[in-house]
Design a protein around this ligand. Structure first.
Ligand SMILES: [Zn+2]
Length: 342
């Protein structure tokens, strides 16, 4: 760079402008005109150089130093540009200092939810399940009717769902993928479906209106509740540790019969009780059960011949406990200062 301070002449500013014009010159004739304008016989820098003799004696040495240095700088840029143009280079728009250190671009990394989803997928695939996906915008048939949720059921209330049109909504559960998959495939069926679901909720540290779930479905001859129990236990242990315990509590869902709530022993405190599990030692993970015969009939699978189980597990809970995140809003905020930690 050209030194800017202590130059008793305007040569520094003039040389800077001259270098800018050199770099913007797009052909040799233009470049030549720039050279003459600045360092030709009547050029601006030449004129300053000649006028040094008229300066007060004490300023002459310094002025001479700067003007010569600036002229040198100008000529170096001129020669470089001349070579570039001879090689057919294009215009350089901005003055660019090649000696500046490079800027390191910020590196992205995978979101904790994505990473956990990938771990879930890996466990499920090791257990012999195939990956299935379905749309996030669903119709009432797949979100409710086929899942045995009748017209007046509370789950269909508009205040509990994001309706887009009369019979179109953001899916409120990943069980919709079960229906879509069974419509197109005949047993044996063994799939899992990870994805987002949407339910209106007042947002606070532990509530949000988007959730990540993984759905599991196994339909074949002679599938029983014990298959369900062992798959859940194996899944939990692969994901969260070999000491994990499984607890199933009787429950009710329209699309499974019998149904149960899934609890995992708290993988933060090992079941002794901590703030994550609310001192209970257990974490509520989701719901499961044997696929209701009505659901199988809806998708033309004979419930006399086939049985199956289904489960849905919340992923955000696992992410929060695993990464020590105490506010669910951070998961969805996409604040890079937060995400950079993982
Ligand atoms: Zn705990």
């Amino acid at each position: 760079m050209i030194p800017e301070i202590n130059d008793p002449t305007p040569s520094t500013e003039i040389a800077k402008q001259g270098i800018r014009e050199v770099l913007q010159a797009n052909d040799i004739p233009t470049l030549e005109k720039v050279r003459i304008k600045y360092v030709g016989r009547k050029g601006q820098i030449t004129t300053i150089l000649r006028s040094i003799g008229k300066l007060p004696a004490e300023d002459r040495a310094e002025a001479g130093y700067f003007v010569n240095k600036n002229k040198q700088e100008f000529l170096v840029n001129y020669e470089t540009r001349k070579e570039q143009l001879a090689e057919g280079a294009q215009e350089v728009k901005e003055f660019f200092d090649y000696t500046l250190p490079g800027e390191r671009p910020p590196l992205g990394r995978r979101h904790p939810v994505t990473r956990t989803m990938e771990e879930v997928a890996e466990c499920m695939m090791q257990l012999g399940f195939d990956w299935a996906e379905g749309p996030e915008i669903e119709d009432e048939f797949h979100n409710f009717i086929a899942l045995n949720i009748p017209e007046n059921h509370a789950a269909r209330d508009p205040s509990d769902n994001f309706y887009i049109e009369d019979d179109v909504l953001l899916r409120s559960q990943t069980s919709t993928v079960q229906i879509r998959y069974m419509e197109e495939h005949k047993p044996p069926i063994r799939v899992f479906a990870p994805g987002k679901v949407f339910r209106p909720d007042t947002v606070d540290a532990s509530h949000f209106y988007i959730f990540h779930q993984v759905e599991g479905l196994w339909v074949d001859k002679d599938i029983t509740f014990s298959h369900l129990k062992s798959v859940l236990l194996m899944f939990g242990r692969m994901m969260l540790g070999s000491d994990l315990k499984l607890r199933l509590r009787p429950s009710y869902f329209p699309f499974t019969e019998p149904s149960a709530e899934i609890d995992f022993s708290c993988f933060v405190c090992g079941g002794e009780g901590c703030s994550v599990c609310g001192r209970k030692g257990w974490l509520e993970m989701g719901g499961c059960g044997m696929v209701d015969p009505n659901v199988l009939e809806t998708v033309n699978i004979d419930p006399e011949e086939y049985t199956g189980f289904a489960f849905g597990i919340g992923i955000d809970r696992i992410v929060m406990a695993k990464y020590g995140i105490d506010d669910i809003r951070l998961i969805f905020g996409n604040d890079v200062r937060f995400l950079r930690q993982f």
